[in-house]
Design a protein around this ligand. Structure first.
Ligand code: HEC
Length: 220
């Protein structure tokens, strides 16, 4: 009985927590549902990342080659179009910006973002990049509702002004989806293996049961 009560309280508390909305700074997080099996979305996100973020934010726990292979991008196409600093395809995704330069120019060091989607959660990133607003008191003339007084300029401002709202949301969706993938690149493979493991267990259980029945016959 005690065990039953324990499980009921466990389930109800997890339901309670999942029902509560997450906060993203001063506002509520917008819903974000990653789909790391959508390679086209991940490829678009990677392209946005390399063009708009990689100048400041490394992805140093990941390698170009691994990303290219996971996202089904031929290595030569990847090398010619997405590596701008002459790095080799097998190298880690590091950048040349030094801490000192960054602090001189930006007032803060742009952190490595390989694990950002695990640190902050994807919906935080998705909401953050869609909530810059004009603020003349700040050095770049912008502020952010999710990250007050952030030292990062609104690097996607041109995109946001030139695209429709739904197009911009799609760009940020793909970018966040890519960051979700890069924070846990084996997630998809793990799910696939999980399915095989369950299948194996079902088949194994069936055979174990048949063996058990055979043995039982002899015992009678
Ligand atoms: C000009 C350099 C620069 C570029 C380009 C840039 N950022 Fe940043 N970013 C920063 C700096 C500096 C910070 C740290 C801000 C602070 O601490 O106030 C930061 C912080 C962040 C954070 C919050 C990190 C944390 O958890 O504290 C995220 C997320 C982020 N950037 C994402 C991006 C993405 C995505 C892009 C590309 C669309 C991008 N950044 C492009 C400079 C940059």
């Amino acid at each position: 009985m005690k065990i039953l009560l324990f499980f009921i309280s466990l389930i109800s508390s997890s339901l309670l927590f999942s029902a509560g909305e997450y906060r993203c700074g001063s506002i509520e997080c917008d819903a974000f549902q990653a789909d790391v099996s959508d390679k086209a979305s991940l490829q678009r996100g990677l392209s946005t990342y390399m063009n708009y973020c990689y100048g400041c934010h490394s992805l140093k726990y990941s390698r170009y080659k691994r990303v290219a292979e996971d996202l089904l991008i031929p290595l030569d196409i990847y090398e010619n179009n997405l590596i701008f600093d002459g790095s080799k395809i097998g190298e880690l995704m590091e950048i040349s910006l030094t801490k000192k330069d960054a602090i001189d120019w930006l007032g803060a060091y742009p952190p490595d973002l390989t694990l950002e989607a695990r640190l902050r959660r994807p919906d935080w990133i998705y909401t953050y990049l869609r909530n810059y607003y004009p603020d003349s008191t700040r050095p770049y003339g912008v502020n952010n509702k999710v990250y007050q007084n952030v030292n990062m300029p609104h690097v996607l401002e041109d995109l946001e002004t030139n695209l429709s709202k739904s197009e911009y949301d799609q760009v940020i969706y793909d970018l966040t989806n890519f960051m979700t993938y890069v924070a846990d690149p084996s997630a998809e493979q793990r799910k696939r293996i999980g399915t095989y493991v369950l299948l194996f267990l079902v088949i194994f259980t069936a055979f174990a049961y048949l063996t058990y029945r055979e043995f039982k016959k002899d015992l009678k």
